[in-house]
Design a protein. Structure first.
Length: 278
């Protein structure tokens, strides 16, 4: 399987294996981790194999590094813009919630360790992000790390450096595995990596769902009713987006009175009272 996929990419790069690794490591999902897994079955055994694998690893690091700064700069503005779109609003909110949650987890878990309690907040965030990316597992690469870094609210250059250094560590760990593993087992390495990625995705999904439900119940307990809680969420979201909420009252065709909160003017054509800014 590795040979078939490698041949496809080689055709795109004119047979240049190092350029192929560079380009593969830029692609989301594959990234540095997937590219090095593919590399395990690429170079034939020879006296120069270690040098080939080592250079290949740095090509993978270079490729994954290419997307770090652009992702840091565009992730939050892009999500904010998507939230205002009718088609992508729900997706953007889920992405924002997921990334913010993972950023909070990466920071708080690291800050709780006794060894780093005396460090500054930025140092704790740096170490948390570095440790997250340095773990050579699926979904902890430069794409995810950069998106999480954009939600940590500390200097971009520090977040970029943390992701880069974490990538270097993960690259060396995976390179050692790729070099020491017999090439006849390269396909098993790839299959195992894919299975691990799927398993982690499922575990993360259910773990996050349970954590969100627990947080929602804890937040609801602070309010007297579900409606009051939902209104607080709407206000919070509007504040984050720099929007002003408007409350309007209208009467439907049956004579029933309704209160609408939001900015959808199509629902407020029959407003009977003046606009009230919430």
């Amino acid at each position: 399987m590795i040979e078939t996929i490698s041949d496809f990419f080689k055709q795109l790069t004119g047979g240049n294996e190092y350029l192929m690794l560079y380009l593969m490591s830029i692609i989301p999902i594959i990234e540095l981790r997937g590219a090095i897994v593919f590399m395990s079955g690429m170079f034939t055994a020879s006296v120069n194999r270690f040098l080939q694998v080592y250079i290949g690893m740095w090509c993978c690091i270079a490729g994954s590094t290419t997307i770090i700064l652009p992702l840091m700069l565009i992730t939050r503005p892009l999500i904010k813009r998507m939230k205002k779109s009718k088609w992508f609003s729900k997706l953007a909110k889920n992405l924002e919630s997921n990334l913010a949650d993972r950023a909070k987890s990466a920071y708080s878990e690291e800050s709780e360790k006794k060894a780093v309690k005396r460090l500054s907040a930025d140092a704790k965030k740096f170490l948390g992000l570095f440790a997250f990316v340095a773990i050579p597992l699926p979904m902890t690469g430069a794409w995810t790390g950069s998106c999480i870094g954009s939600f940590l609210d500390f200097p971009i250059w520090k977040a970029s450096l943390a992701v880069f250094l974490g990538n270097v560590v993960a690259g060396h760990i995976l390179m050692a595995i790729a070099y020491l593993m017999p090439q006849q087992y390269a396909d098993l390495f790839l299959y195992g990596f894919v299975i691990l990625a799927v398993a982690l995705a499922v575990i993360l999904y259910f773990t996050r769902s349970r954590r969100q439900e627990k947080q929602r119940k804890e937040e609801m307990a602070k309010y007297s009713s579900k409606s009051e809680y939902e209104l607080a969420l709407i206000k919070k979201e509007a504040e984050q987006n720099g929007e002003t909420l408007v409350k309007k009252e209208y009467i439907d065709e049956n004579g029933d009175r309704h209160i609408v909160i939001g900015r959808d003017e199509s629902k407020n054509r029959q407003a009977i009272d003046g606009d009230d800014v919430i």
